[in-house]
Design a protein around this ligand. Structure first.
Ligand code: ADP
Length: 389
């Protein structure tokens, strides 16, 4: 009797040729799978690198409120580490507690929300929370994403801007109040004695002059901020500019019988200082204006300039009242005045030295002051010299 022959059932029994084909397809499947895993890993690496490089912090929580992911910036901004992935092991962290509590609310309420907080280093952070939903099926919530931005600089600029507007308004209000008061008086009393009338007009002149000066100083600051007129890159002849400043301010000094002495050392020809001459002129004029304004009658003001291998140094030395040590650091701030009185007759707007400082910064130089109460002040500007070649 021969062996029963049964028909091999398809797919289960195969001959040697079929087996080879099967092994080959298995191998190619394995290779495909390996390649997919590799690509997946690469993609994960790629995504991780992007998240790590991002300036904003990211914290992702799952629907139970547990932290599942955060990036490098979140680590720094919120002072967190891997322990935050394990609820029991978490360190105390008020910023993170606030984010997790608000996150739970956002999860329940479904609304995106945003709030600000201050972190462990005193930085102002803005946190935006939004629900993350699955992109498959029924868009079921899969957690909450917190995006954390460092807004410290923006807040600082906002504060400076607000203070600046308040200061400018105040500076305008004082002279304007005086001007309208005197106009009112002149209108009411047509028979004002000649002496009083003259005095009133003088005050009107002083106060309108003050407003004009304030406006031109504000325009100058705005030009500097917008870098207007900084295209000028010509060689600057320092002795010539200083001579012009002394000449322009001469009549003011003469009124107070003050003597301006110019002491100019030898300067290289052609000059090695480049930039816009007008800006330097403004800075020098402000310093000389202060020296004249704050020094007494008959005093001497010395302007000295010299050049070394690397820089030009210009000094304005007066015999005025001097500045107390605790004010020295602040006099270069916008609107800062030593006497603090905004209605002071001698003082201007408190913008003069701030402008000097900004101009010197444009030339990459520095401005310093040495002063002793009762003995006068010396303002020194140092400007780095370029190469004419
Ligand atoms: P202001 O418009 O009031 O002159 P500045 O910014 O030029 O403003 O100066 C700021 C303050 O520094 C002045 O209010 C003044 O008290 C003080 N100051 C500046 N220069 C001198 C100086 N040469 N001698 C004494 N005090 C000075």
């Amino acid at each position: 009797m021969g062996m029963p022959i049964s028909k091999p059932s398809a797919g289960w029994v195969s001959g040697p040729g079929d087996r080879m084909a099967e092994e080959q397809s298995c191998e190619s499947l394995r290779r495909q799978l390996e390649e997919m895993t590799l690509r997946n890993n690469e993609r994960n690496n790629y995504i991780n690198s992007i998240f790590s490089a991002m300036e904003d912090g990211f914290v992702l929580t799952d629907p139970s409120g547990a932290v599942v992911f955060f990036n490098k910036s979140a680590e720094n901004l919120l002072d967190i580490d891997a322990s935050f992935l394990f609820e029991g092991a978490r360190r105390e962290n008020p910023a993170m507690e606030k984010i997790l509590a608000e996150g739970k609310e956002a999860q329940a309420g479904g609304e995106a929300k945003s709030f600000e907080l201050r972190n462990h280093e005193g930085l102002d952070l803005q946190v935006s929370l939004s629900r993350v939903t699955s992109k498959y099926g029924d868009k079921e919530p899969i957690g909450v994403l917190a995006i954390v931005k460092d807004v410290t600089e923006r807040k600082k600029i906002e504060t400076i801007r607000k203070e600046f507007v308040a200061n400018v308004s105040h500076e305008f209000r004082t002279p304007l109040t005086l001007i309208s008061g005197f106009i009112e008086m002149l209108k009411m009393y047509g028979d004002l004695p000649e002496e009083d009338r003259k005095r009133s007009l003088e005050i009107l002149e002083i106060e309108t002059g003050r407003l004009k000066k304030l406006i031109s100083e504000l325009l100058l600051l705005s030009k500097m901020e917008n870098r207007v007129g900084l295209e000028g890159e010509a060689a600057i002849d320092l002795p010539k500019v200083l001579g012009q400043v002394a000449k322009v301010m001469g009549p003011l000094a003469e009124k107070k019988r003050q003597k301006i002495t110019l002491r100019l050392g030898s300067f290289s020809q052609p000059p090695r200082l480049r930039g816009d001459e007008n800006w330097l002129f403004h800075a020098f004029r402000n310093l000389l204006d202060n020296a004249i304004k704050y020094s007494g009658e008959g005093t001497e003001i010395e302007i000295a300039a010299e050049e070394s291998a690397s820089e030009a140094r210009i000094e304005f030395k007066d015999q005025g009242p001097g500045i107390a040590a605790d004010n020295l650091e602040r006099i270069f701030e916008r609107f800062y005045r030593v006497d603090g009185s905004r209605s002071s007759r001698t003082g201007g707007s408190g913008l003069g030295l701030a402008i000097v400082k900004d101009i010197v910064a444009i030339f990459r130089g520095r401005v310093e002051v040495e002063s002793e109460v009762g003995r006068g002040s010396t303002f020194r500007i140092s400007l780095p010299l370029g190469n004419t070649e």
